[in-house]
Design a protein around this ligand. Sequence first.
Ligand code: FES
Ligand SMILES: [Fe+2]
Length: 405
Amino acid sequence: MENIYSFETENHATDNIEELFKNLKKLTSLPAEEAHCLPFECYSNRTILDTEVKEIFHSDWIFIGTESELPNCGDYLALDIGGEPVVIIRGKDQELRAFSNVCRHRGATLNPIGFGNVKKFICPYHAWTYNDKGELLGVPFKGKVKLDKKEHCLPEFQLHIWQGCIFINLDQEAEPFGDRLSMLDPYCELFQMKKFTKSFARTQYRCWEANWKVIMENAIESYHQFKVHNTTLEKYTPTKDVFYLKGSADCSLLAGKIIEINKMIKLILPDFFDYYLIMCLRPNCLMILRDAGIEWLSAFPIGRNKTAIRAGGASLTGKQNIIEKRFKKSFFDEDEVIVKNTQAGMHSRLSKGGKLVEMERPLVDFHQYWGRRLFGATPTPLYTNEKKLTEFHKCASEYFGKSFP
Ligand code: FES
Ligand SMILES: [Fe+2]
């Protein structure tokens, strides 16, 4: 299925960027029935990427992973957020903190991207040393130079924990996290999401050859499932049984049904609730919530058509069961191919995107978020699919023996 060759694409330059921005503002304010794909140039234009980095990745709350991935004092995760090296560490006092991952001496990167455990950060260049609160501890061979250690601490970033998930914001002046995801709280509480404190084996970042929006759009819609995951996911979480419950520019909620190939699975697994929830956490996270655990994917742009992605999950035991393993395998094996394929198609200058169908409603929400951040577009209000929501609440109440507020 992969192309045997493809043209080397440069920046998808746009003749009139102001005109494009004006049109995008209009496009991302349209109600769902009128919504179209974004113009393809949005997925490979340098100015668009730079604007996204400034208005989203460097100034909004970005999903990083879960608290359970950093359970011990000294555990850290280093990553790059739109060109900004960041490290999140659990301190001796058990608190998680986010710091710049750049040495205050001459700018070396302190920790390589990925996970680790340290007592203190020691710069690989001249071994300046920082503690878990970002304070400069030591400067070897300082000589007689006067150096104020307090002036050389690692800058700290805002960090917020929501339902066990870590979000950080690189903008010191940013609005607090607030109630952006409060619509999802009753569902997280119903599934007791906070009890999933054991993380699956930590996954490292991988690089996929597609724009970060192509990857997020693919992750948040189940429309492609019957085709792309026809012999895998589709068999036990069919496309026809996925429905949109409610959503807005802030987040979207969908539910799907796990069907019975599971006679066999049910023999090896304890009783479980047949529904799973799909939570789209703007801007860069897709999370699947089941009564047995969570699984998620996060995306970080590293270029116009390159994205670092990471998938993870947690449960009571930290062991992945057969369902989780299948979710992840289908995702990695099949989605990577289709997003790369789509990115290659989107370099076309002579083609343009079409209407979004009903099952692509999460894309409408995502585009509205994007339009609001980048161009000040006004999103449409929260939409609720009353019929499906009532149906889901009824099934959930029966299973969990609790009613919804
Ligand atoms: S750059 Fe870090 S110690 Fe010199
Ligand atoms: Fe997929």
